[in-house]
Design a protein around this ligand. Structure first.
Ligand SMILES: [Zn+2]
Length: 340
């Protein structure tokens, strides 16, 4: 256990990330379940300058051959407009970013099942070096390299959406672990009571509580325990066909409905439990919270509750600033820096 009697702030290292000196435009591609987004990232843009240009998108094809053709067309389009040096790809799944291979499940993207050597296949067709990265890693790197956590020495980013994603930058470098399975913070267990089954097949993962799906489950439990009249009122005012969705909870909370407020309060506790544990392992100087649900997070309250559970009291908890494009930015920077 660390000496908690030390009250003076620790001396902090120089936080300036190393500059590569590379300024060539790079294509960043973010492959999502329904849409592929691509843009050209201009490294180390000055304040006020656009971080990325020529944003284009296409629906994600389910057929592998069509999928490949779509990626090639997107890169060709961007190559016509910019002198592109490399391509960085952000995708779901466990990614061996050294060899550019997709090792694990890619969720709802059937096209990728036959494309585990996507890097090799794409390089042969676009004649540019390609770097592949897990999407949560890429998003964290984007936020670290040019977003909310720019200049941090040790940071992690979490995304609160359907699941809970995580990426770590440790000692100024992307941390992937020995077998590329690091930063699966969404799957740390926060209980041993077998309360909730996770999408990964295990029990009581953080994700099963802190994600949108987890929030929905918390809401269902809260409503079950609520008096009949309050429950009926909630269902009638905020739910369509008695379906308790994340949106219904948010609407109730915004309306100062007391069940809605209670659910959101409990959700903050759920997020804080995982954060506190991660802080105790990582001792980061910065934590970034992004994803579709981040806009509903009360950062002051969350920090207060995370502090109650962590040894360190010297970290910043901030909202992500690159939004949906963090993956594009991160993948592009990783491509440039890895390939240089
Ligand atoms: Zn899990």
């Amino acid at each position: 256990m660390k000496d908690t009697a030390i009250t003076e702030a620790n001396p902090r290292p120089n936080h300036a990330p190393s500059k590569t000196g590379i300024t060539k435009p790079t294509v960043g591609i973010d492959i999502g379940g329904t849409k592929i987004n691509a843009a050209v990232v201009v490294p180390d843009s000055k304040p006020g300058e656009e971080q990325f240009q020529s944003l284009i998108n296409a629906p994600t094809p389910t057929d592998s051959a069509v999928f490949m053709d779509t990626l090639v067309t997107m890169v060709d389009t961007l190559k016509q407009q910019h002198d592109v040096a490399a391509v960085g790809i952000s995708t779901a799944g466990v990614v061996d970013s050294i060899h550019g291979r997709i090792l694990g499940s890619t969720g709802n993207m059937p096209a990728l099942k036959n494309l585990c050597n996507l890097k090799e296949l794409l390089e042969a067709r676009i004649h540019l070096p390609v770097h592949m990265e897990n999407d949560a890693n890429a998003a964290a790197y984007g936020e670290w390299r040019s977003g909310a956590a720019k200049g941090a020495e040790n940071m992690f980013a979490i995304t609160l959406g359907t699941g809970v994603g995580m990426g770590i930058v440790f000692n100024g470098q992307m941390y992937r672990g020995t077998h590329f399975y690091a930063a699966e913070g969404g799957h740390i267990a926060i209980s041993y009571h077998r309360e909730r089954k996770c999408t990964c097949g295990r029990w009581d993962c953080w994700e099963a509580f802190a994600s949108g799906t987890g929030l929905q489950k918390t809401a269902a439990i809260a409503l079950e325990a609520a008096p009949e009249t309050a429950k009926a009122e909630f269902l009638q005012n905020y739910c369509t066909n008695n379906e308790v969705t994340t949106y219904a909870v948010i609407a109730a909370w915004k309306d100062n409905n007391h069940i809605g407020a209670k659910i959101i309060d409990q959700w903050h506790n759920h997020i804080a439990v995982g954060l506190g544990s991660l802080i105790n392992v990582m001792d980061p100087d910065m934590i970034v919270v992004g994803g579709g649900l981040a806009q509903f997070v009360n950062f002051e309250l969350l920090k207060e509750r995370a502090l109650e559970r962590s040894m360190s009291n010297d970290f910043q908890l901030v909202p992500a600033t690159l939004g949906n494009h963090a993956g594009i930015v991160g993948a592009a920077y990783l491509a440039l820096e890895t390939l240089s």
